[in-house]
Write a new protein. Structure first.
Length: 444
């Protein structure tokens, strides 16, 4: 897939109108309070319709409470991590050796940039190595990689004639790695060289087992769909993963740009590689599965917004649907795996966050069907409370979005993503579960 570099135009910001940062944030806080009040008012008014649709009412209140709790968790993220997790400013002379591991297949257009960005990291060159697993590519990926070896002596390329899958590629790279920290990248992703040290600094704390960077789509400006995904990515990382990180339990260190302590993951590599579900190998959710193993071993996992990564997101609906089905399958299977141990390792997180999240995710398609289809047809009642609740919740998250990053221009697309999720994406879970025995990876 071709790589598109973002050229960020100067956005309209509060400074354009002479508004101070303090005044701007005060206005956002006021708007947020008004939206929360409006949301509470809508929910209280909905009680009059309780007997007409009690399940939907209870569900929307549960979802609203849960989503608001994630925003609250994200609000405390910066304060907690700045004091409890080492950063470049506090890590001192901590400089571990690092191995980049990059499995790839048919990425001839993107792999050169990914490798180059690794070697451009602002870090001592003698402490870096890059291991690329060419997993049965049928395009020019192999030729591109071989052409890079003279320029980068610390580049190791492993060519496989037959495709074995991403998990096998990751395992091969992890076992070959000599670094204390392993940075796992997707073949079309990279960490901004100037922020590279920030993904390593937290490992100075020996309790940290994995660190997830903040990722944004590099091709965000390609079309309307990629802009929507850019808004979703920001929310997913800076709200959802940040909320998890406030409790040092990020459940999925993203496969596009995460780092692992080698001494933590290497002992479980064979078990992770051989995971099965319903008698067949698990071929998706590799990042979430590996994060689960880190948590299972009693180590903490965090997200850092100080390390900036870029990736390529799907640029058409077919590619997006394929990706979402794969992600849903990975989430479903690994949630089952994690439920077997998380209640023992982190009981508070398990019963206040993890299990409620599973419950809400599983029942959302049913509630959406009832609100958007069944009730209007059978009872003649419009889905207005449901839709207004979704809009208000998206508005509250958007206010926080703007509070955290006022220069990010993609925030309006969060409403479009919420609509897409409400009418299409939430139902993908049905298809993912129905086709769970199809272990094909899928392509973009």
């Amino acid at each position: 897939m071709p790589t598109t570099t973002i050229t960020s135009p100067t956005p309209l910001t509060p400074q354009t109108f002479g508004m101070s940062d303090r005044a701007y944030r005060f206005i956002l806080i006021v708007i947020g309070i008004v939206l929360i009040f409006a949301l509470a008012l809508i929910k209280s008014s909905a009680w009059a319709h309780f007997w007409a649709s009690p399940a939907i009412l209870v569900y929307t209140i549960l979802v609203t409470t849960f989503e608001l709790s994630r925003v609250v968790g994200a609000i405390f993220y910066s304060n907690i991590t700045s004091h409890a997790v080492p950063s470049v400013a506090t890590a001192g002379d901590y400089e571990p050796s690092v191995s980049f591991v990059i499995p790839c297949k048919n990425e001839g257009a993107a792999i050169e940039k990914t490798v180059r960005k690794c070697f451009e990291a602002e870090y001592p060159a003698h402490l870096l190595e890059v291991i690329v697993i060419n997993d049965g590519s049928t395009d020019n990926t192999g030729e591109v990689l071989d052409s890079l070896k003279p320029k980068y002596p610390k580049l190791e390329v492993v060519h496989w004639d037959v495709n074995r899958g991403k998990r096998h590629g990751m395992a091969e790279g992890f076992k070959r790695a000599t670094g204390e920290i392993i940075v796992q990248l997707d073949s079309d992703s990279y960490i901004e060289p100037s922020t590279f040290r920030e993904i390593l600094a937290p490992f100075k704390d020996p309790t940290i087992g994995a660190v997830c960077a903040h990722a944004d789509p590099e091709n965000a400006d390609q079309n309307f769909l990629t802009r929507m995904q850019s808004a979703y990515y920001f929310m997913s990382f800076r709200v959802l993963k940040a909320a998890e990180s406030a409790f040092f339990n990020v459940f999925c260190c993203s496969g596009c740009s995460s780092a692992y302590r080698k001494s933590v993951v290497l002992p479980i590599m064979d078990e992770w590689l051989e995971e099965t579900f319903l008698g067949l190998p698990v071929t998706w959710g590799d990042d979430r599965a590996l994060t689960n193993w880190v948590l299972r071993r009693g180590y903490r996992t965090i997200y850092t917004d100080r390390a900036q990564a870029y990736t390529i997101c799907p640029d058409n609906l077919k590619q997006l649907m394929t990706q979402q089905v794969r992600w849903k399958k990975g989430w479903f299977v690994n949630s089952i795996f994690a439920s077997k141990f998380i209640w023992r390792v982190e009981p508070f997180i398990a019963f206040t966050y993890f299990f409620p999240l599973i419950l809400i995710t599983l029942i959302t398609p049913f509630m959406a069907t009832k609100a958007l289809v069944y009730n209007p047809i059978v009872h003649g009642t419009g889905p207005w409370f449901y839709i207004i609740g979704v809009i208000l919740m998206a508005s509250i998250i958007t206010v926080y979005y703007r509070y955290v990053e006022r220069k990010n221009k993609y925030w309006p697309y969060l409403f479009a993503w919420s609509a897409l999720n409400m009418v299409i994406l939430s139902f993908i879970l049905f298809y993912a579960m129905f086709t769970i025995q199809n272990r094909k990876w899928g392509t973009r």
